[in-house]
Write a protein that binds this ligand. Sequence first.
Ligand code: DX5
Ligand code: ZN
Length: 226
Amino acid sequence: MGVAAKIAPSMLSSDFANLASEAERMLKFGADWLHMDIMDGHFVPNLTIGAPVIESLRKHTKAYLDCHLMVTNPLDYVEPLAKAGASGFTFHVEVSKDNWQQLIQEIKSKGMKSGVALKPGTPIEEVYPLVESENPVDLVLVMTVEPGFGGQKFMPETMDKVRNLRQKYPSLDIEVDGGLGPSTIDAAASAGANCIVAGSSVFGAPEPSEVISILRNSVEEAQQKS
Ligand code: DX5
Ligand code: ZN
């Protein structure tokens, strides 16, 4: 028995002009969470959505909105995103070395779950203090591509970090993001990831519900074997 599998389609691959119906479609297909990629054009060379879009979407769905902040100043986004109706707030460790304690505190005090993400080149040791803190993060997001864009190739070398985390923290929510789909999920699931973000593989499939169930089955089977 492991931590519950959560499949989170990345709405970055959806049709933004029809976000509410895209969200509804994904939930009907079996998604647990909706992954929302928030970028500022500075931390990453791309610009996507912010609190106003989360607020609009929230009016159409009760779903868990798993917000991934690829921004240089995550603290500035805590209050607006909480007000907009975000469920989870995951910031990057690379830009939070000096204020992660304050970030976790403020995220949780506003009723959101807190998460920390790390880029492929960032050593896993950098998140240990955030997991072992008296007020710890609820989730660690191991990036399996360089953040910024959907549709990139999964980096298998990042799996050592997932294995390391799972060994140390058996009940932690460990999320993977980037290049996940039917051909890469087994590597991530057997390393110990339980929250799976998938954009292009889900939205680009003729039957997204089949991809979602392949991802879930892989996580559950890997947990049974471990
Ligand atoms: C990349 C984003 C991902 C992205 C994943 O910076 O954080 O969430 O949308 O897309 P795929 O699954 O297509 O790699
Ligand atoms: Zn993401």
